[in-house]
Design a protein around this ligand. Structure first.
Ligand SMILES: *Cc1c(COP(=O)(O)O)cnc(C)c1O
Length: 481
């Protein structure tokens, strides 16, 4: 058997390194779509439970070989299917170190470097996003957990103001919390409400306009009609299909007349604030009480990374804090990473975030956001000129939704033509994107989020989309003859 530090260990690490760098170098030149299916890969990985040890270097080489064909090029410059970042090399390299260091980021005493990196990154994030500098930041797995953490802090605060200690007594017998949320909120808000025992069918739903932005009059009415008492209003920066923003300035004004905890789900849209040209889209948002955002979307960290940002540190801590006799207690005034997230043991997420912000700088992050917004408009303009391709949203940031079909096609045909065209584009293997349902109908969605994406990538992808649509259209016309 192998001993620690042996030749086999080192060889395995080298094989991993070589495979990873080869993969990254090839990424821009390969179609994003995997060559193997899930069924293929189950077959590739399937074998009886290994009975005896194997050399690590063989295992890692085999893993790289087996996994390769079934990897989705999510960090590719022509991957547009979901809002997924590009796993920036500064973050990847920092993640290699993080794994090698094996730090359990529970406590500043136990892992001084991991805790310090988080402390500094927290400050940097509040500066980049221009949010209240007194806010506390929890490093979580993504925006789903960030929404959960922020809403847990909200639940604490609004019930505490109503004289109820929810952490001690739970929700049975507590005053009712009125939840108000936009019609086009992300599904993870429903999950967060469920995890928190608030239920995902109890909220007052505010209608949205055709872009998915919350209707101010609707919110005004709901606030007027709702009884006084604990209240949480959940808003959104960056709708997952259209990229739309809720009317934050108006919401900020309403807050002067009504009491509520104001939460913002800004998984990617919050980053509009990192660029001077798009910042005005999220003006007024700084007056909210909490913000959920992702590291692994527009900030390009490798998976997984999200940030729960809460203006009221005491509420944040009270809802998440953990105490145990065997854990050292952080001194007063020292940030303890475990007090802001649900997990005790976890990955040191601060290192990758630190490395990416340090390498890109504020200007680099702003450039990526600005470029993606510009490229989304270019994409929409290029494909929108083609007969039968309709861009359905006002492109405000990095999201474009389109439908395929000529004026003479009825709505149902347009849904099936859209699905057929998506399939044709996927088969064409230049870019990778997919469908979504918007206001009850099928659309194709384009999300530009990878730092690798440049103008030429958009141009060749737009050409592939137009080509694929023409093919689908001509087959349809032939069938009619
Ligand atoms: C992606 C997204 C989420 C969920 O984030 P995860 O990182 O997948 O947990 C929540 N809200 C919005 C608006 C999103 O775009």
């Amino acid at each position: 058997m192998d001993t620690p530090g042996s030749q086999d260990d080192l060889k395995a690490l080298e094989i991993a390194h070589r495979n990873a760098t080869d993969y990254l170098a090839g990424l821009p030149h390969r179609p994003p779509k995997p060559r193997a299916s899930y069924a293929d890969q189950c077959e590739a990985f399937d074998e009886d439970l290994p009975k005896s040890p194997s050399p690590i270097s063989d295992v890692i080489a085999e893993l790289a070989n087996k996994a390769g064909p079934g990897l989705m090029g999510m960090a590719s410059p022509t991957f547009f299917r979901w809002v997924i970042g590009g796993s920036h090399p500064a973050g990847v390299a920092a993640e290699w170190l993080t794994s090698a260091w094996g730090q359990n980021t529970g406590n500043p005493d136990a892992t001084p470097s991991a805790a310090a990196a988080e402390t500094v990154v927290s400050r940097w994030l509040l500066e980049i996003l221009d949010l209240p500098r007194e806010s506390s930041v929890g490093f979580v797995t993504g925006a789903t957990m960030a929404n959960f953490v922020c809403l847990a802090a909200a639940r604490h605060q609004v019930l505490s103001e109503a004289g109820w200690d929810v952490e001690a007594k739970g929700l049975v017998g507590s005053p009712r919390i009125e939840i108000i949320v936009g019609e086009e909120a992300h599904a993870s808000i429903q999950s967060a409400l469920r995890y928190l025992g608030l239920g995902n069918r109890t909220a007052t739903i505010i209608p949205s306009d055709d872009q998915g932005s919350m209707d101010t009059e609707g919110l005004k009415r709901a606030l007027k009609e709702s009884p006084s008492g604990p209240k949480i209003v959940i808003t959104q920066a960056g709708q997952i299909n259209t990229g739309a923003f809720d009317p934050f300035s108006e919401i900020a004004t309403l807050r002067r007349e009504h009491e509520f905890w104001w939460h913002v789900d800004g998984a990617f849209g919050l980053w509009a604030r990192a660029n001077p040209e798009s910042k005005s889209l999220a003006e007024g948002i700084e007056l909210a009480d909490s913000w959920a955002t992702d590291g692994h979307k527009w900030m390009q960290t490798p998976y997984d990374c999200g940030y729960a940002i809460v203006k009221h540190e005491a509420a944040h801590r009270r809802s998440m804090s953990i105490e145990a006799s065997y854990l050292p207690e952080a001194e007063a005034g020292i940030r303890d990473p475990a007090q802001y997230v649900p997990e005790l043991s976890r990955r040191a997420r601060g290192f990758a975030s630190w490395a990416i912000i340090k390498s890109l700088g504020r200007e680099g992050i702003s450039e990526i956001v600005g470029r993606h917004c510009r490229l989304a408009k270019r994409f929409a303009d290029m494909i929108g000129q083609e007969d039968g391709i309709s861009v359905l949203n006002t492109v405000v940031i990095n999201q474009v939704i389109v439908r395929f079909g000529l004026p003479e096609h009825d709505v149902d045909t347009k849904d099936s033509l859209t699905q057929e065209t998506i399939k044709a584009i996927q088969d064409h293997d230049v870019c990778y994107l997919g469908g979504s349902v918007w206001k009850g109908r099928w659309v194709m969605r384009i999300s530009i989020v990878s730092w690798r994406t440049q103008e030429a990538d958009v141009d060749r992808s737009a050409a592939s989309i137009i080509d694929s649509w023409r093919k689908v259209r001509s087959v349809g016309e032939l069938e009619k003859q």
